[in-house]
Design a protein around this ligand. Structure first.
Ligand code: ADP
Ligand code: MG
Length: 237
C-alpha cells in the first residue's frame, strides 16, 4: 500500500490584515510531498516562503483551500488541533532561536518537554546522544554565547530532530553561516532525516546546497512553481 503524502496542499491561499488592509500573500498553492522526500523551496525575499512554511508547520491556521499535514486536514484548525499536529514537526530557523540562558543540552531537552510521557533521565540521555551525533558531545554544557554560528545551528538541528519528528521544516537554516558550515549543516540534516525516515522541506537562497534535494519548488509573488532550466542555471551561476 502506498503511504499517504506527508504534505498535501490544494488551492491554498492566505491573506494578512483585515478590511482595507487585507492583502493576499499566497495564491492557489498546490504541493504534495511524499514521506521521506527532501524538497527545497527557493524564491526572492517577500515572495511568501515563510508564510507557507508557517502554515505547513501549524504555527498559524490555514484560511482558504486544503492543507493536510501527516493526514490531518488543518484548514480553520483551532489552537488545540494545531498544537497537536506540531508535536510531529521539527523546526529549524534562520536565527537558531536557542535560549541563551540554557546550555546546549538544556536547549535540546526543551524539545522533549512537549512530550510529557518522557521521563527526565531518558530526556537527558536522548539529548546527550543527539548532541554527540551532531558532533557536539564535548559541548553539552556550553551556553550559546560560547558556541560558533555553525555549532549553534547544529544544536538547533539536534533540538528539532531529537523527538524524531515525522516532518522537519527549515527556514533558511544556512543564512547566517559561512560556506563550509552551511554545507555541513544541511548534510547533517540530510543524514539524520534518512536515518529517521523524516520528510524535509527546506527554504533557502543558498544555491550551494540545492543538490541535497530530491526536488525543487520555487515561490514567486505568492505563486508556487517548479523552477525551469534557465532559473536553475542562474541559481547555479
Ligand atoms: P519570504 O519568507 O519569502 O521573505 P514572507 O512569507 O515572510 O516572505 O512574506 C510574504 C509577504 O507577506 C511580504 O509582503 C511580507 O511583508 C508580508 N508579511 C509577512 N508576515 C506578515 C505579517 N505577520 N503581517 C502582515 N504581512 C506580513
Ligand atoms: Mg522568509
Amino acid at each position: 500500500m502506498r503511504s499517504q503524502p506527508a504534505i498535501s496542499i490544494a488551492n491554498l491561499s492566505h491573506y494578512y490584515g483585515q478590511g482595507n488592509l487585507r492583502k493576499q500573500v499566497l495564491f492557489n498553492i498546490n504541493l504534495t510531498i511524499q514521506t521521506g522526500e527532501i524538497v527545497i523551496m527557493t524564491g526572492p525575499s517577500g515572495s511568501g516562503k515563510t508564510t507557507l512554511l508557517s502554515l505547513i508547520g501549524c504555527l498559524r491556521s490555514a484560511q482558504e483551500g486544503s492543507l493536510q499535514i501527516l493526514g490531518q486536514e488543518l484548514r480553520n484548525a483551532n489552537k488545540q488541533r494545531l498544537l497537536h499536529s506540531r508535536r510531529n514537526i521539527g523546526y529549524i530557523f534562520q536565527a537558531h532561536n536557542l535560549l541563551e540562558f540554557l546550555t546546549a543540552k538544556q536547549n535540546v531537552m526543551m524539545a522533549l518537554e512537549l512530550h510529557d510521557h518522557i521521563p527526565h533521565h531518558e530526556a537527558t540521555a536522548k539529548a546527550e546522544q543527539m548532541l554527540s551525533v551532531v558532533g557536539l558531545g564535548k559541548h553539552l554544557h556550553d551556553y550559546p554565547e560560547n558556541l560558533s554560528g555553525g555549532q549553534k545551528q547544529r544544536v538547533a538541528i539536534a533540538r528539532a530532530l531529537v523527538s524524531h519528528p515525522k516532518l522537519a521544516l527549515a527556514d533558511e537554516p544556512t543564512a547566517a553561516l559561512d560556506k563550509k558550515s552551511g554545507r555541513d549543516v544541511v548534510e547533517l540534516m540530510q543524514y539524520l532525516a534518512q536515518e529517521q525516515g523524516c520528510t524535509i522541506l527546506l527554504v533557502t537562497h543558498d544555491n550551494r546546497i540545492l543538490d541535497i534535494a530530491d526536488r525543487l519548488v520555487q515561490m514567486e509573488d505568492g505563486h508556487l512553481t517548479t523552477p525551469n532550466e534557465s532559473h536553475l542555471s542562474s541559481l547555479a551561476a
